[in-house]
Design a protein around this ligand. Structure first.
Ligand SMILES: [Cu+2]
Length: 159
């Protein structure tokens, strides 16, 4: 005779996802339960990422959804050993990781995409847990020279 033991766990993830539905359409943060989840919608385009800066706090469960607005690109966070190809056509590529020790982590394009490839960079900024600003800044919208009005329009259209 067998004793069947079934355990089902319904975690706090659903709560976090529901909480993330409100607020700014691009970046969402659920404050509880721990660990927090941070989801970033990102566009890769010749020759930049938008946003070009992502701020999280140590220990955050981070998901970056990336899609290309033109050709094939790649996304690599070398220090985190995260690297994926971003196909042409706009399909979403998802990176998931736990935010590491405080510091700045370079994000770069890992697939040669043309003349400006080497300049195609962004940065992940990790703040000490509990000391983040509370708002995830999107610095790229006005700052980046290589982002034309057309690129920003792509971003709005795709998200
Ligand atoms: Cu590239």
């Amino acid at each position: 005779m067998h004793a069947w033991k079934t355990s089902m766990r319904i975690g706090g993830l659903a709560l976090a996802l529901a909480a993330a539905a409100a607020g700014v359409p691009v970046l969402t943060r659920a404050e509880s339960p721990a660990p927090r989840t941070v989801t970033v919608e990102m566009i890769a385009r010749r020759f930049a990422f938008l946003p070009e800066q992502v701020e999280v706090a140590e220990g955050d469960e981070v998901t970056i959804n990336v899609r290309s607005a033109d050709g094939t690109h790649g996304i690599e966070i070398g220090k985190l050993k995260v690297k994926k190809t971003i196909p042409r056509g706009g399909d979403v590529v998802t990176l998931s990781f736990t935010a590491p020790a405080p510091g700045q982590y370079a994000i770069k394009c890992s697939e040669y995409c043309g003349r400006g490839h080497d300049a195609m960079k962004a940065v992940l900024v990790v703040a000490p847990a509990g000391r983040e600003s509370g708002a995830i800044r999107v610095a790229a919208l006005t700052a980046r020279r290589s982002f034309t009005a057309g690129a920003r329009a792509d971003w709005r259209r795709l998200l």
